[in-house]
Write a protein that binds this ligand. Structure first.
Ligand code: AMP
Ligand code: MN
Ligand code: MN
Ligand code: MN
Length: 279
């Protein structure tokens, strides 16, 4: 069975509408998918109706940003009810912080003589309520301030660069609790991508997450290396985590594999989708 439990639409920083994304997944043979936009479940309703029309399995999802150990960690919530108490208010609050951060990023760019960055980024966001650093990167490229998309992150936007403004993201405990209170399961996204200053911090993250009741980790992710997939398969085995998998697809022409094209999880691991109800 071809499964993909991590993908983005233009409700966050992906390029396709939820409906177009479901069609792309379907055309790539995906039989069970989750839509996991950053900090928003606003695309889930549209995506689930389209998946139902196509006779495809669908799990509502979200990729929640959280601060831990001085890094931004992404927690995928799967199977949670977007209409459960507190869910909408939680994400509206995060998106308000995203907009405020966007204005501050705009001010930083202005101090470098780059005017209109906030307005420019907003003009490229299909969903004005979920502004991302990626919209700034796209605008810088379009306006000719950088010659490559990645240069925008490397020069200005990534952690430690002058136009990266941090958000006071919700804590790991709050995020796991929100996902559980809405009936979902919590998954550490792409564990191979967190560049902690000390190696032991990743182990601490796993322990803390498990102590909070976190159920799964993404063993196979289109946004980490195949070596990392193997490493985290072993972590799932040792620590008793359920295993999840997803392409982390955002856009055509991006670095991520097509929907469903991440590596399959090793057969001895227990997949998280076994415990998730779907269409
Ligand atoms: P945000 O959630 O608005 O802070 O933006 C985070 C998004 O920016 C991630 O989901 C990635 O899509 C992208 N991103 C973050 N760091 C980098 C980087 N160093 N290079 C390229 N893209 C990045
Ligand atoms: Mn993204
Ligand atoms: Mn992520
Ligand atoms: Mn993602």
């Amino acid at each position: 069975m071809i499964i993909d439990l991590h993908m983005h639409s233009n409700i966050s920083d992906g390029s396709l509408s939820p409906s177009e994304l479901v069609h792309l997944a379907y055309d790539n043979g995906v039989q069970l998918m989750a839509l996991t936009d950053h900090d928003s479940m606003d695309g889930v309703h549209q995506a689930s109706s389209v998946a139902e029309e196509l006779g495809m399995g669908f799990i509502p999802g979200v990729e929640v940003s959280t601060g831990w150990g001085g890094r931004v960690i992404h927690i995928v919530g799967l199977g949670l009810d977007a209409s459960a108490a507190g869910v909408d208010a939680f994400f509206r609050d995060v998106c308000t912080k995203r907009d405020r951060r966007g204005q501050l990023i705009g001010e930083r760019f202005a101090s470098f003589g780059i005017q209109g960055a906030y307005e420019g980024a907003l003009s490229l966001a299909d969903n004005k309520d979920n502004l991302s650093r990626t919209h700034f990167a796209r605008w810088l490229l379009k306006a000719g301030y950088v010659s490559q998309y990645q240069e925008a992150f490397d020069k200005y936007l990534k952690t430690g660069r002058p136009c990266c403004v941090e958000i006071d993201w919700p804590g790991l405990d709050e995020v796991v609790e929100l996902i559980h209170s809405a009936g979902g399961m919590a998954v550490i996204a792409h564990p191979g991508r967190y560049a902690f200053s000390e190696d032991w911090m990743l182990d601490e993250l796993f322990k803390k997450f498990q102590a909070l009741g976190g159920e799964a980790i993404e063993v196979c992710s289109g946004s980490q290396t195949r070596d990392a997939d193997q490493k985290f398969a072993e972590v799932a085995r040792q620590m008793g985590f359920l295993a999840s998998a997803g392409s982390d697809w955002h856009t055509h022409g991006g670095a991520r594999p097509l929907p469903g094209h991440q590596s399959p999880i090793p057969e001895d691991l227990t997949p998280v989708w076994r415990f998730l109800r779907h269409l």
